[in-house]
Design a protein. Structure first.
Length: 462
């Protein structure tokens, strides 16, 4: 879902950077009316279909109706993104917004993305009755295991939680970086300094500040409370100490039992938090909770976030350079079309490469978890019990989040492939593990990419 939000703003960025189209193809008055109307029709069609599937669930109990209902939401959001792309790149939707509100810092971009953001929220509104049926179906099992875990949020709570937990953490850094960059561009223009150098420096400083301060904002944006004192907190902090990872606090991320997940945020220890959702703590046995904690600690111990950021930036620079050369060599593509095609191609290449790196880092974090759990029990090799705990945590999270184990994820791969990688570690020496070597090769490639990207920036690709 976060990718849809990012994509909505990336399309606006494409429009800004490429200058496409040079002239608006739209009549001044009908773009603002037609585009939101089309988005509304997409939502109404999806809502009607999901209502029909809800009726089918009530009458027949057909589990396929649940999948079809949620698939309708995904299709609606995909069609909405396509309409958003057409409006921004083909009908100068951003220009239509600016004709009304002006070129305000970050405001016009947010308003231009609003129809897409509203469509996402409306599909959540339509999906709520399906989600409610699934929750009601699991009430009995929850009552038998833990009566306090039973929760049936109202639609308003459901939407607010989804907006805060899914959309908010993506919107806040995007808006902050966009606003920072626009301000820097205007200041650099007024001071008549080297425009390109000033913008590049401002982007780097802005991204660094957002990444540094975002954890403090996130724990307030999300509904979080400190994990209370007790054996669970002590066991988790013992793992952090064993991993030599300092954290500011362990937090319970309250999602009304809607999300089973864990996360670690913060580049520096004073602003580093480990978050475990209420559903995860209420659904997983202790050893699997410890495995999830160890996985998150693995991301910190191996510095995956800085490496991902360095890799993402170098990939964008290198893919942009390569795409410009490739597109320029194609016949029949000139002017603004060249810039747009190069941007699209470079983003596609960066998307593929970033996913490939991220999947290797996820497997290394899984490996770290199995090794850390083994070390906590005094073993120098990876113990089968530790492998089972981590693989079981993946299985439980996938099952309770209704994620097919064989479904491939762009950033994480499939649950089944990660479990197979874990099973191959059982009994192996902790200092000789395949996922560590694979992640090491990825880091070496990132280092080379950074060197090449710095060369291109310094010498202009000459």
């Amino acid at each position: 879902m976060q990718l849809l939000v990012v994509a909505a703003f990336v399309l606006i960025f494409l429009r800004e950077e490429s200058g496409w189209p040079a002239r608006s193809l739209a009549h001044p008055w009908w773009v603002p009316a037609l585009f939101p109307a089309c988005m509304a029709l997409v939502w109404l069609a999806a809502d009607r279909y999901m209502r029909a599937q809800g009726v089918r669930i009530d009458r027949t109990g057909d589990h396929r109706a649940v999948r079809r209902a949620f698939a309708a939401g995904r299709v609606a959001r995909g069609v909405g993104l396509a309409l958003h792309a057409g409006a921004v790149l083909g009908l100068d939707w951003l220009g239509a917004v600016r004709a009304v509100v002006g070129d305000l810092v970050a405001v016009d971009e947010v308003l231009a993305a609003t129809p897409m953001l509203v469509l996402i929220v409306l599909t959540w509104w339509s999906e709520f009755p399906i989600d409610r049926r699934l929750r009601e179906a699991g009430v009995l099992a929850n009552l038998e295991r833990d009566p306090s875990a039973v929760t049936l949020p109202a639609r308003r709570q459901y939407l607010l939680s989804a907006i805060r937990n899914t959309m908010g953490l993506t919107l806040v850094p995007i808006v902050a970086i966009t606003g920072w960059e626009e301000l820097a561009e205007r200041v650099a223009g007024r001071l008549a300094v080297d425009h390109h150098a000033a913008l590049l420096g401002a982007r780097l400083v802005g991204v660094a500040l957002v990444l540094l301060l975002m954890p403090a904002a996130a724990v307030r944006l999300w509904d979080t409370v400190p994990l209370g004192a007790g054996p669970l907190r002590d066991r988790l902090l013992d793992l952090a100490a064993l991993a030599r990872v300092r954290v500011r606090n362990l937090l319970v991320w309250r999602t009304h039992m809607a999300t089973i997940n864990g996360a670690v945020m913060g580049l520096v220890a004073p602003l580093r938090y480990v978050l475990l959702t209420d559903a995860l703590l209420g659904s997983l046995p202790l050893e699997q909770v410890r495995a999830v904690m160890a996985h998150e600690l693995g991301h910190v111990r191996h510095r995956h976030l800085p490496w991902l950021l360095a890799g993402g930036l170098s990939i964008l620079i290198l893919s942009g350079y390569a795409a410009e050369r490739a597109v320029a060599a194609l016949p029949g593509i000139r002017g603004d079309a060249t810039d747009l095609a190069a941007l699209v191609l470079s983003l596609a290449l960066a998307f593929w490469a970033f996913g490939a790196i991220s999947r290797r880092f996820e497997r290394q974090a899984d490996t770290f978890a199995a090794r850390l759990l083994s070390e906590a029990e005094g073993h120098a090799e990876v113990r089968p019990e530790a492998v089972v705990a981590m693989a079981g945590a993946l299985e439980t999270v996938a099952l309770l989040n209704h994620i097919p184990a064989d479904r491939h994820s762009w950033r994480h791969g499939s649950i089944r492939s990660r479990q197979a990688s874990l099973m191959a570690l059982s009994g192996r020496a902790a200092d000789d593990l395949g996922p560590d070597r694979s992640a090491g090769r990825a880091k070496a490639a990132i280092a080379l990419g950074c060197a090449a990207a710095l060369t291109i920036v310094a010498f202009g690709g000459a």
